[in-house]
Design a protein around this ligand. Structure first.
Ligand code: GLY
Length: 333
């Protein structure tokens, strides 16, 4: 096969390019820069149960399949690049502050046993004594998306600069929000603010998925003491960091883990999730020679392994895995 152009140097484009290269296919990634790269904000929580709505069975299946593929994907990437990805399979706690929050949070547990507050605080001593309940979710894991992208960048050929039209030949469009202008497909921005705090390493031991007085917050601790706090979700495309959004995230975070108030606030970052009318990704052939892998909404990091494997297989062999069937890119035409 002649070479393939992958348009988009985010986690999806890079992962596809890496998988294609492993198949012996020559690939060039066209990277439009990090100015609105969703991976740059992403916390890297790999939690398939929490990110779908009622009725999204096909998407849930894809998320679970990708979650199963993450351990091998991370191990192979770490080995080939020689870089640490911050991959951690300690598991997550889903916790609720009030009894109303508890009924919402239970949706996420997927069969994990509920725990009383004292059990949760034995696992995570920094949690407030006010929590009403929760669960330990052993299948949830985490990775540092910035490290993953850095590792992938060492393994593929990248050409910097924005692409305004598709080049001739075989193309994979994995350009996130940029996919709309390149293909006419409906991908819209969904704004998210994410904070980074720095505290004592070990302040938190687990990823915390919290429900706090009707608000949702997640806390993702890294080994070096960084804690990622996310995320707001708004249907808009601006980059303003509003005081209200910072307040909402910090109030939820500190309500759950009071000691977070002592941490340094090191970063506020706004990026936009590339989202589609049904908030499921666009995966597959759009027209002969043009394959799309975009619109991953809240799930770009989690879905990177399955997207990379199935899209690389489609490009290399023409065979579309049945898992792709619910997500044709032209389904909104
Ligand atoms: N997956 C988390 C988020 O989009 O905020």
């Amino acid at each position: 096969m002649t070479g393939v152009a992958v348009i988009g140097g985010g986690i999806i484009g890079l992962s596809i390019a890496w998988r294609l290269r492993r198949k012996g296919i020559k690939v060039t990634v066209y990277d439009g820069g990090d100015d609105d790269a969703a991976w740059y904000a992403a916390a890297g929580m790999l939690a398939p149960a929490g990110e779908t709505s009622f009725g999204q069975e096909a998407l849930t299946e894809l998320l679970l399949e990708s979650s199963r593929r993450w351990p091998a994907f991370a191990a192979e990437l770490a080995q080939e690049s020689g870089l640490d990805l911050g991959y951690d399979a300690t598991g997550a706690l889903t916790v609720a502050l009030t009894s109303d929050d508890l009924s919402v949070a239970q949706h996420e547990w997927r069969g994990a046993a509920g725990r009383v507050p004292s059990e949760l605080r034995d696992l995570e001593p920094a949690l407030t004594p006010r929590i009403r309940g929760g669960a330990f979710v052993p299948g949830d894991h985490q990775v540092d998306p910035r490290r993953v992208v850095a590792a992938l960048r060492t393994l593929v050929d990248i050409r910097a600069g924005k692409v305004s039209e598709l080049p001739p030949g075989k193309v994979v469009v994995a350009a996130g929000l940029g996919t709309a202008a390149l293909t006419g497909l409906p991908v819209r921005p969904v704004k998210g603010l994410v904070l980074r705090l720095r505290g004592e390493p070990g302040l938190l031991r687990h990823v915390i998925n919290g429900y706090v007085d009707g608000r949702h917050v997640y806390l993702v601790p890294r080994a070096d003491g960084e804690i990622v706090v996310g995320a707001t979700q708004e249907e808009r495309g601006d980059f303003t960091v509003t005081a209200g959004a910072v307040l909402e995230l910090l109030r939820s975070a500190v309500d759950l883990v009071p000691d977070l108030a002592e941490c340094e606030l090191t970063e506020t970052v706004v990026r936009h999730r590339p989202s589609t009318p049904d908030n499921a990704p666009l995966l597959g052939e759009l027209r002969p020679g043009v394959v799309v892998a975009a619109g991953h909404h809240r799930n770009g990091i989690l879905l990177a392994p399955v997207t990379a494997d199935l899209i690389a297989e489609l490009v290399a062999t023409g065979r579309a895995d049945p898992l792709l069937a619910p997500f044709p890119p032209g389904r909104f035409a």
